[in-house]
Design a protein around this ligand. Sequence first.
Ligand code: ZN
Length: 190
Amino acid sequence: MIEKAKKALDILLDGNKNFVESKSEFKNTKVESLISLKNGQSPIACIVTCSDSRVIPELIFDKGFGELFVVRCAGAVIGENILESVEYAVDHLKVPLVMVLSHDDCGVMKAARALYPKEPDNLQLLIRSVYEIIDSETECYNEIARNYTLTKKRKLLKRSKILRQAYHDGKFEIVRAYLNFDTGRVEIIS
Ligand SMILES: [Zn+2]
């Protein structure tokens, strides 16, 4: 892993350790931090994750203003808006690390697991996207959420020329991660 990405990942995991142990420092969470950043940002990582109200990157990584560039939509399904947001983080803000983070008890994974293989009436884009990795044998929805991070990583690189180029040039790394609701721990999936 490139040095800058490794450093960013260590910072995130140290912050998560604080959170898990109820020792969060809550640095950079006051209005003074926001004011000091009024002319620009330099986040350490881009977190691509679900809109779920229980998944709050700044809290689970013990971070504050200006530290994380967070891209969210339900299920963190990779669509055009998500892709372009990640491109902005990598190409313009120069983040060295993109984390694709999924989580326990995800509503989109649950819905997809329950409906498969029926054509969904609602949430069509989201559920059809998850269908790509489900088969009738597929395990529980938490397992789907975990496996789906690999699809997301591949899609980021396959569908974006900017990301593919930057990745091959060693400008950033993508890591897959999973938030466990029993402990609050973020586990890196290798
Ligand atoms: Zn979710």
